[in-house]
Design a protein around this ligand. Structure first.
Ligand SMILES: Cc1cc2nc3c(=O)[nH]c(=O)nc-3n(C[C@H](O)[C@H](O)[C@H](O)COP(=O)(O)O)c2cc1C
Length: 365
């Protein structure tokens, strides 16, 4: 099992959905990075279920930092963030995992870990662990903001309901930072929530597409081949449970344009080299070009649904029908937004410290 990511700053995830704690260890941080608890709490709240379109399992996410912090700043030692699991109902899951939930990780985890895996609530594979990603990403995200780098995502599409695309990145990202349900228009929020409620009333679930932007990244950050900016971002994004696709800039729509339409011509603007369009999503040759980094991430419908589904009994090796219990979201996309932003912050912090040194994120530099 491998649970660490990053080259210069590494994040290691640990814990299970129904264990005592989940958490993250951040290593490679410079001393002197301010730890903004309020900022971390705000980001955790954006991931937390809320309202009738979310699961009834609400955790307060009262995190502790048990290592690497002194007087509100990083010391340079590994940061260990602990988040307790307080709202568990393990009885919903039985003693042994027998009937795997279609499209969840129950079957693949069972095959790989021979039944030793903690299957309760999805165990180590649960979306619950994404709270630890959000906390780690928020710690780095606030340091990035002090360097003028900001990240935002909105739901651009959800089961036939659409939001408008990003227009003014600065003001759109500012608007999204305070929104529990991340859309740029009120009408999109209403129509998407209606779709989620409809799926919920059917005992079903829906997915959608998040559109994200990172602004303020200097040109010249990233690597040309295996650790290209796209490779590192998609590696981190595909590590989020339920992510099944990532595209940058124009993405798959490049298939339908001429080179003359898809290319991003250069211009000098306010004494800096810019591109007139941004179809390449701010990245050329794996390296940032100074334009906003733009990407889209598709989140599949929540696998656990309240409808009968064909499955198998692993103990009897026969076909059966799974009747799902437990507590689940009819959609996770609005909560996954905080995780996508956190992953983007982790990748930017990793890439920037690779380029400029670990002190880049510290206050005195
Ligand atoms: C924030 C978040 C919350 C999630 N909550 C649930 C949930 O309540 N029920 C569920 O079946 N899946 C949930 N998932 C998705 C599963 O964890 C995921 O689909 C599963 O681990 C299989 O991984 P895969 O979809 O990447 O193949 C959640 C994912 C995220 C990002």
């Amino acid at each position: 099992m491998k649970n660490s990511f990053g080259n210069n700053i590494t994040v290691t995830l640990f814990g299970e959905s129904h264990g005592e704690y989940i958490g993250a260890v951040l290593d490679g941080l410079a001393p002197g990075i301010k730890i903004d608890r309020e900022y971390i709490e705000v980001k955790l709240a954006l991931r937390r279920p809320s309202g009738k379109i979310s699961t009834a399992r609400v955790e307060s996410d009262e995190f502790k930092i048990v290592s690497g912090e002194f007087r509100g700043y990083t010391t340079g030692a590994p940061i260990c963030i602990l988040i307790p699991n307080t709202n568990k109902r393990s009885a919903d899951y039985g003693d042994e995992m027998d009937i795997p939930r279609p499209s969840h990780a129950d079957y693949t985890a069972h095959v790989k870990y021979h039944g030793y895996e903690d299957h309760r609530g999805g165990g180590h594979f649960s979306g619950r662990l994404t709270a630890a990603i959000v906390a780690a990403g928020a710690l780095l995200g606030s340091a990035l903001e002090s360097r003028g780098i900001r990240i935002g995502s909105h739901i651009t599409e959800l089961h036939g309901a659409f939001d408008r695309p990003f227009e003014d990145f600065e003001s759109d990202i500012a608007l999204l930072s305070g929104k529990q349900f991340p859309t740029l228009t009120e009408s999109a929020e209403a129509s998407m929530k209606k779709e989620i409620e409809k799926a919920q009333s059917l005992g079903d679930s829906v997915g959608g597409i998040l559109e994200s932007a990172i602004i303020g990244m200097p040109a010249g950050v990233g690597e040309p081949w295996f650790d290209s900016m796209e490779s590192m971002l998609s590696h981190a994004l595909f590590s989020i449970p339920a992510v099944k696709g990532v595209e940058f800039g124009l993405g798959f729509a490049f298939a339908d344009v001429y080179g003359s339409e898809g290319n991003d011509p250069f211009e000098v603007k306010d004494g800096e080299v810019k591109t007139i369009s941004n179809n390449n999503g701010g990245i050329n040759g794996g390296i940032t070009n100074g334009m906003p980094i733009t990407f889209r991430t598709v989140i599949k419908p929540t696998p656990t649904i309240f409808k009968d589904q064909a499955s198998v009994s692993l103990s009897k090796m026969e076909n059966t029908v799974l009747k799902s219990g437990g507590r689940h979201d009819p959609a996770i996309i609005h909560r996954a937004r905080a995780v996508v932003d956190a992953m983007a912050a982790i990748v930017m912090a990793d890439a920037l410290t690779g380029r400029y040194g670990t002190d880049y994120l510290a206050e005195k530099n």
